[in-house]
Design a protein around this ligand. Sequence first.
Ligand code: UDP
Length: 140
Amino acid sequence: MTIERTLSIIKPDATERNITGLIVARLEGAGLRVVAQKRVWWKKKQAEEFYEMHKKRDFFDELVQFMISGPIVVQVLEGEDAIKRNRLVMGATNPVDADPGTIRKDFAVNLQRNSVHGSDSPESAKREIDLLFKKSEIVG
Ligand code: UDP
């Protein structure tokens, strides 16, 4: 049994629609535990740094604009195989391709406004958690 931590974000399309609680309930229902959580409104530089691996992609500028268009909820989730488990309950990036019962199938607006982010590897989970949380803010 591997207990892992992963970084999760509830994106502006979801805070705008007041469905952060519904999304957290889905994550908890999938066996993930919130061990850190805060509501923030990113500046452009923070969004650019977080998504720097996508800097050369044609959707980068629009993604940054979207992520700074409203508040977000950043959180650390803990659980067995948390990284993969979170990605499974999130569903595919494009809600059109997401499986029934996933967060993106049920809540996402479109490919960009897809309600949640989740780290995609142990390396990105570590980088993203270290970028957004101090050690003292994570209470397991
Ligand atoms: N995105 C977009 N257009 C695309 C691909 C991605 O707007 O063609 C956005 C979408 O919000 C996605 C984020 O960029 O969640 C990061 O993309 P990635 O491929 O890393 O998908 P994820 O890991 O979030 O499923």
